[in-house]
Write a protein of this length. Structure first.
Length: 341
């Protein structure tokens, strides 16, 4: 393909930006493959322990998180990978909207699962359910509204020379309301910090009540996954707040923060099925697992200390926010809403 001098200069000017985007694509692909591999290798656990359960809030959150995350990942590759497809501007805009909405839904369900697990760890008292529900909604709904206000404002524009040469199907301008997205990140930061603080206090309280060492209590209660999920979400939330000042080459924090949140929440829900505390079991039976199901007992030895094979279904707290790694390609970043953290 021959190009004139003007086109060649334009390509050279854009080259550093596209090189960075290509590295970011490989980072995101690594994260997505890890997530999809995890989902593929735990289908047997899902079928054995989740599908037989009655229709509960925990089951709904578990399945919604899994399958919206898979759908978001699939849609992300349409505009963000070199497919050499031809997609109209309205089509590109629709894909961007779908990606951002799916990411927000998956992330919010994952975070809600963490808060649901927090409720179970607190003993399943009704007063805690109301307090946690109101707090979660008060911090989550404004965040979603603010982030989507910017994400859904992204405009699909005509592809550049480099887009056509490299085979990208879409190109986007960044949203005009970045300040709203940053404001939403503050809600996510407060929510994640609060859930982490309450969770740690609860775990240490259990430690003082039981004759076990702290590490064993954390493992038995699924605390390892709970803490890991919230630390991951906290890092993403901090990066979103400090977006313009904090280094984050090639979108590593968004990409792996997204996958880690979803994987840890999934494991936490499965691990919670093994909890022995009577108060927690009542909450789990009401909102997640039927502890009278013999299938649980027969598989309990398979899951190990960290919830290896047969876990539990529930968790709730957040993330990212979960700024996932899936934003479509926009001038500044892809259309996968940067606040998937």
């Amino acid at each position: 393909m021959e190009v004139d001098d003007k086109t060649a200069r334009a390509i050279l000017t854009l080259l550093p930006q596209y090189e960075a985007w290509q590295v970011e694509e490989f980072v995101t692909t690594s994260s997505s493959v890890a997530l999809l591999y995890y989902y593929a290798t735990t289908v047997d656990e899902e079928v054995a322990h989740v599908w037989p359960q009655k229709r509960t809030l925990g089951k709904t959150l578990f399945l919604t998180t899994r399958y919206t995350a898979i759908a978001a990942t699939a849609f992300w590759y349409l505009p963000n990978w070199r497919t050499y497809m031809t997609i109209s501007l309205p089509g590109c805009r629709a894909i961007s909207h779908i990606i951002n909405i799916l990411v927000e839904l998956a992330r919010s369900c994952a975070e809600a699962t963490l808060w649901l697990c927090l409720y179970a760890l607190l003993g399943g008292k009704p007063k805690y359910l109301w307090i946690l529900t109101v707090t979660f909604l008060a911090l989550t709904l404004p965040q979603i509204a603010l982030e989507l206000a910017n994400a859904l404002d992204q405009e699909a524009v005509k592809k550049s020379i480099m887009d056509r040469i490299l085979g990208y199907a879409c190109n986007y301008l960044p949203g005009k309301y970045r300040v709203l997205e940053v404001a939403g990140s503050y809600f996510a930061l407060v929510r994640t910090s609060l859930a982490l603080l309450v969770g740690l206090v609860t775990i240490f309280h259990r430690y003082h009540q039981q004759n076990h060492n702290l590490i064993k209590v954390i493992k038995q209660e699924g605390g390892m996954y709970y803490i890991a999920s919230l630390v991951s979400g906290l890092m993403r939330a901090l990066w979103n707040v400090l977006h313009d000042r904090a280094p984050n080459a090639y979108g590593v924090i968004e990409a792996f923060g997204w996958s880690f949140l979803l994987i840890f929440v999934d494991r936490l829900l499965l691990q919670m099925r093994e909890v022995d505390d009577p108060g927690t079991q009542i909450a789990l039976s009401t909102l997640m697992f039927n502890h009278d199901n013999p299938a649980h007992a027969s598989d309990s030895d398979d899951s190990g200390d960290l919830g290896g094979a047969g876990g539990s279904v529930e968790a709730a707290a957040d993330n990212q926010d979960a700024d996932g790694p899936l934003s479509s390609r926009a001038a500044e970043k892809r259309p996968y809403n940067s606040s998937v953290a």
